[in-house]
Design a protein around this ligand. Structure first.
Ligand SMILES: [Ca+2]
Ligand SMILES: [Ca+2]
Ligand SMILES: [Ca+2]
Ligand SMILES: [Ca+2]
Length: 343
């Protein structure tokens, strides 16, 4: 069992990746375009771009150090020009993927430089990334100067929380003497998004409505998020597994489960309706040994994210979901079932 130590508490949120509710309200005066029709048009735009641009595949392969987004150079293939040696036309290397958003079938494209050797974040986790965003005319509209943290469960463009979990984080990083962190073996790639998986009709200033967006990105770290601190990680609160955590509301109290501390509305807090066993140790190795004693975990068990206390001790909690009446629904989302309530 490998323990991930997420050492950073400073959250730097960039404004651009988040969609803006206020602008969406203002934009209601003009009805948004039909999503399915816009997707057809955007696929033309993206395919055209991928057919007319290449990247420096040979130079990246020849790098002596781990690739960074600044190493990825995408260049337009001018009409009549032959493909330069050591380059690859984007359409020949990208993967086309599908997803559903707002009930509409979407396709998008990914160029994988390296998948990464750490772990896959969940679609509701916090991620630390470096990125550069640009338009299909290759004009850059945003980029991170240093690594930034994003809550994928926040008001983020839907392309991000679908694509970043397909990559892995870094498995090796060191903190330099000046406090900066050097990462290795992270996931690195480029995503090509139709407007429907980006800002659609409500972009921030500097981006036109219905713009297809392209992002180079490095996925450095992640942290499992439990937004309501009820022991159930937010990705598990997407009960219908549709990548939307806002439409899951077991007790229909208009508070989505990932923000609801009593998910089934039975008057008992969710954290009391599961069995929680705290494990603590002064070393990561010691904690890891304690955790291994419980392996393999049952399908109804999981560990919460690691917590490092001010005094340097490490702790983690083993959660077991109880289903007292055996109806297949864990107690915390079964209003007829409370279980032991032992914490
Ligand atoms: Ca939760
Ligand atoms: Ca859902
Ligand atoms: Ca909850
Ligand atoms: Ca409850």
């Amino acid at each position: 069992m490998k323990i991930k130590f997420y050492a950073f508490l400073l959250f730097i949120f960039s404004s651009v990746i988040y969609t803006c509710e206020e602008e969406e309200t203002q934009a209601e005066a003009i009805p948004p375009r039909d999503r399915a029709e816009q997707q057809l048009s955007d696929m033309d735009t993206l395919q055209n771009y991928l057919n007319n641009h290449y990247f420096n595949s040979g130079a990246i392969e020849a790098l002596s150090s781990y690739p960074q987004i600044s190493d990825i150079e995408i260049t337009e293939l001018v009409e009549g020009e032959t493909l330069p040696s050591g380059t690859t036309l984007l359409i020949d290397v990208v993967e086309e993927k599908q997803t559903v958003f707002e009930g509409v079938d979407y396709s998008y494209f990914i160029l994988t430089i390296e998948e990464g050797q750490g772990e896959h974040p969940h679609f509701t986790d916090q991620v630390r990334v470096n990125y550069e965003g640009f338009l299909t005319n290759n004009a850059t509209f945003d980029n991170s100067v240093t690594s930034v943290d994003f809550d994928l469960a926040g008001n983020i463009i839907p392309g991000w929380n679908r694509i970043l979990p397909q990559f892995k984080t870094s498995d090796a990083y060191v903190t330099n003497s000046d406090g900066t962190v050097h990462y290795e073996n992270y996931g690195i790639g480029v995503m090509f998004l139709p407007s429907g998986l980006a800002y659609f009709n409500a972009p921030p200033p500097g981006i036109s409505s219905y713009s297809c967006l392209i992002f180079k990105f490095e996925l450095q770290q992640y942290k499992v998020m439990d937004h309501d601190n009820d022991y159930i990680p937010s990705y598990m609160e997407d009960l219908d597994a549709d990548l939307d955590i806002y439409n899951d509301d077991t007790d229909a109290d208009l508070v989505s489960n990932f923000l609801d501390t009593d998910d089934d509305g039975d008057g008992f807090s969710t954290f009391r309706e599961v069995i929680a066993l705290d494990l603590t140790d002064t070393s990561l190795e010691g904690l890891s040994a304690q955790m291994q004693a419980f392996e393999p975990l049952g399908s109804d068990q999981f560990f919460t994210p690691l917590i490092t206390a001010d005094d340097g001790t490490f702790s983690i909690t083993l959660i077991t979901l109880e289903d007292t009446n055996g109806n297949g629904i864990p107690n915390y989302i079964d209003a007829d079932d409370t279980g032991t309530l032992d914490n």
